[in-house]
Design a protein around this ligand. Structure first.
Ligand SMILES: Cc1cc2nc3c(=O)[nH]c(=O)nc-3n(C[C@H](O)[C@H](O)[C@H](O)COP(=O)(O)OP(=O)(O)OC[C@H]3O[C@@H](n4cnc5c(N)ncnc54)[C@H](O)[C@@H]3O)c2cc1C
Length: 291
């Protein structure tokens, strides 16, 4: 049992920068050295009580202070259930506001990650509430949900910043596209909307969060053909995944941001990465155990 846990921990280290703040900053500095900006995520979700939610909030404040002290080029990504959304909406909103306020003071930015569908509307509600007071907060939308097209329309109307991703959680076919090909198609459709002239004129800045080279190639072609500047959007990828492609995009002059998770609560994050690509187990075996 202990051996299995140790093996999983080692495998997770392919996707997680480490357990401590120092590990995250080491990875962020390394990324910066390659021309890649960072977004730092403290692992942990669905905290069970207000005290733990407060501790997560304090930790994010610390991350923001450290970014300011060290001059690392990066912001933070926060999961609302880590700040208490599963316990109480207002508790989460207060915690999030503390982080956004601190980030505003330090001229930094907070990205609200999007979790599974029970939290979609609440997360968007919190975002809209905070966005009325602060401009340094952004949201994530998931291409797998049917509702996202409407949410994108609203984002465009309001000229807000958004990260668009496929979506990492399993959702029912009542609310989400059941086939991967449909999700991919919708991703491109939503990108077309978010990169449109109207969206850009309204101030939308999109983070294209995918490792899917077909979508990345499409985005490169679309932006080139439609006069979208390389500074009007960015690509985003997860720590440890397609590092080759991350560096290639930087060399081609695109903006690239790496999502850098750290902390002891790595298990759910690691399991989502495995679910996306079971071949990662093989990758792990090759990396650590030899062929
Ligand atoms: C910066 C960033 C932030 C994200 N934030 C959120 C969020 O807030 N909410 C949310 O629900 N989801 C989030 N995600 C996860 C996202 O929704 C997908 O689950 C994940 O990115 C995998 O999908 P893909 O777009 O890379 O495409 P896929 O079709 O899954 O993969 C395309 C290719 O990318 C590579 N690849 C993909 N995943 C892996 C992996 N785990 N290991 C190794 N190679 C892989 C493979 O080469 C694969 O063929 C985020 C992703 C990124 C990159």
């Amino acid at each position: 049992m202990v051996k299995r846990f140790e093996m999983s921990k080692k495998a997770a280290s392919l996707f997680v920068s480490g357990e401590t703040l120092d590990d995250a900053f080491r990875a962020a500095r390394e990324a910066n050295g390659l021309g890649i900006v960072a977004t730092i995520d403290r692992l942990g979700e669905s905290v069970e009580n207000a005290e733990l939610a407060r501790k997560s909030t304090d930790m994010y404040i610390q991350v923001l202070e450290r970014i300011a002290e060290t001059g690392v080029d990066g912001n933070v990504s926060v999961k609302p259930t880590q700040l208490g959304l599963a316990i109480d909406y207002n508790l989460c909103l207060q915690n999030l506001e503390r982080i956004v306020q601190k980030a505003a003071k330090l001229s930094n930015f907070v990205r609200m990650d999007m979790e599974d569908s029970p939290y979609t509307q609440k997360t968007l509600d919190m975002f809209k509430t905070l966005r009325k007071k602060y401009s340094n907060v952004g949201i994530v939308l998931q291409a797998l949900l049917y509702r996202t097209e409407k949410d994108v329309e609203e984002i465009i109307e309001n000229g807000h910043g958004v990260r668009i991703c496929k979506g990492a959680y399993t959702e029912s076919k009542e609310i989400a596209f059941p086939k991967k090909s449909q999700v991919d198609q919708n991703f491109v459709h939503l990108l077309e909307m978010l990169l449109s002239e109207k969206a850009r004129n309204n101030g939308v800045y999109v983070g294209i969060a995918t490792h899917d080279h077909r979508i990345i190639d499409w985005a490169k072609e679309f932006t080139k053909n439609n006069g979208v500047g390389k500074d009007e959007f960015e690509f985003q990828m997860l720590f440890g995944i397609r590092k080759d492609l991350q560096e290639e995009l930087v060399k081609e002059g695109y903006r690239m941001r790496a999502y850098i998770p750290f902390g002891t609560q790595w298990y759910p994050y690691y399991m989502r990465r495995l679910a996306e690509r079971p071949g990662n187990l093989l990758f792990f075996a090759r990396t650590f155990l030899g062929e």
